[in-house]
Design a protein around this ligand. Structure first.
Ligand SMILES: [Zn+2]
Length: 167
């Protein structure tokens, strides 16, 4: 009887481990940060805006996205291979657009990378940084969309990339 129970537990653990592997970003989703409210930003983006403020604060940067003239929405962008855009405009507030097709097919991890990339432009004033490590992996999530380095934004590298973003 005990052996049977162990077997059932083992199988259960294997199944739950597999489920977890399918979404390598789950630890972040498992500990949701309570969302802030951003009246000029589409609601689906709020969680990423909040995370951006939290990650900035952890690195000593006090960023209040609501105090900035910033709008953001998920919308169809052109050309089709563009995932996000930050428009600087002297007359209108800075506007972040996230491509709707990208958004609908992207994991939470990729969504965060693209939102943080655009906030890197609009809020941190960062330009592109396209260099790569010896293994071809991008040094920064501020890599250019036309560059050749490989993205490696995942749980194990997230802290490095966010350090680099806010440094
Ligand atoms: Zn960019």
């Amino acid at each position: 009887m005990r052996n049977l129970l162990s077997l059932v537990l083992l199988i259960y653990c294997l199944i739950s481990a597999c489920t977890k592997d399918n979404d390598t970003f789950s630890p972040i989703e498992d500990n949701p940060i309570s969302e802030g409210t951003y009246p000029n930003v589409q609601e689906e983006l709020w969680i990423y805006f909040t995370r951006f403020e939290v990650e900035a604060a952890e690195r000593g940067e006090d960023i209040d996205l609501n105090s900035l003239s910033l709008t953001a929405a998920i919308e169809e962008l052109h050309p089709d291979d563009v995932a996000g855009v930050c428009n600087y405009n002297s007359r209108n507030p800075n506007h972040i657009g996230i491509d709707e097709s990208f958004w609908n097919s992207a994991s939470s991890r990729w969504r965060e990378m693209v939102v943080f990339h655009e906030l890197g432009h609009c809020v941190l004033g960062r330009g592109h940084r396209g260099d790569s490590f010896d293994n071809g992996v991008c040094v920064s999530i501020m890599r250019s969309g036309t560059g050749t380095c490989r993205d490696a934004y995942q749980n194990s590298t997230r802290d490095y990339y966010l350090d680099e973003l806010f440094e």
